[in-house]
Design a binder for this molecule. Sequence first.
Ligand SMILES: Nc1ncnc2c1ncn2[C@@H]1O[C@H](COP(=O)(O)OP(=O)(O)OP(=O)(O)O)[C@@H](O)[C@H]1O
Ligand SMILES: [Mg+2]
Length: 255
Amino acid sequence: MVTICLANHKGGTGKTSLTINLGTYFARKKLKVLLVDMDPQGHVAPGIGVEVGYNDRSMADILSNQEDISKIIQKTPVKNLDIAPANIRLSLVNETLYNSFKRERRLMKSMDSIYKNKTYNLVIIDCPPSLGPLIENTLMVVDYCLIPCEPSSRSIDGLADFILKLKEVREGALDDNWSIVLSRVKKAARLTNEVIEEKLSDYKDRILKTKIYERESINQAQMAGIPVFDFPRGAQASDNFTKFGKEVSIQCRIK
Ligand SMILES: Nc1ncnc2c1ncn2[C@@H]1O[C@H](COP(=O)(O)OP(=O)(O)OP(=O)(O)O)[C@@H](O)[C@H]1O
Ligand SMILES: [Mg+2]
């Protein structure tokens, strides 16, 4: 089983869209995939057509009561794709975790059974836009971290802080296992894109070749609660995600 996450403490960089569409890409390749939502905003479930209410069981219960994650896993409308959803109650748990003993190991313990039973080939974790305990718990369990970045100065400011966090939490274990994904790239903004790539030149070798372009269909598919692969006007975005999925499978050694 390979575990990856989409993480960046900047908001709106495409973490959730990438989680859903990458998960769907691999599920369509017949891998058994689990999406784990570690963001109290809980956007993964509605984005894939699963309804989760305030009182429904979610990652909040798993992390606060230290329960097994399998207790909240649900099927999604996509074959081979399951979800461990989140809801806003996770934000309260996040607050309590700050003062908890071994606060960064909660998720790891709750995933014991799916590691032992080899239930999934791939786990993809969507992260909140923050640097607190939820991201620490996530970084503790992943083999690889993908960092979606929008090509804007605001988005790349603070990237070094995130990378430092990644190195700190795992004491070097993830040193080589992270990549930057340029996402929401506007093709027409050629000059801006050039300036940003120049600004990111220190990380040149860390940037994946495939960029995710800004497309209406990606936004619309997410609002409709379906992956772009099933969206009627999603052909170009699907091609983009197929190319991206192929590169991720090599980079993250997903078979
Ligand atoms: N490539 C894209 N093209 C067009 N719209 C996109 C694209 N990627 C994301 N969006 C839209 O931008 C918004 C933010 O994207 P998304 O929710 O994936 O970002 P996020 O990093 O998960 O945000 P947050 O930090 O709040 O969790 C959403 O409305 C989404 O549909
Ligand atoms: Mg999100």
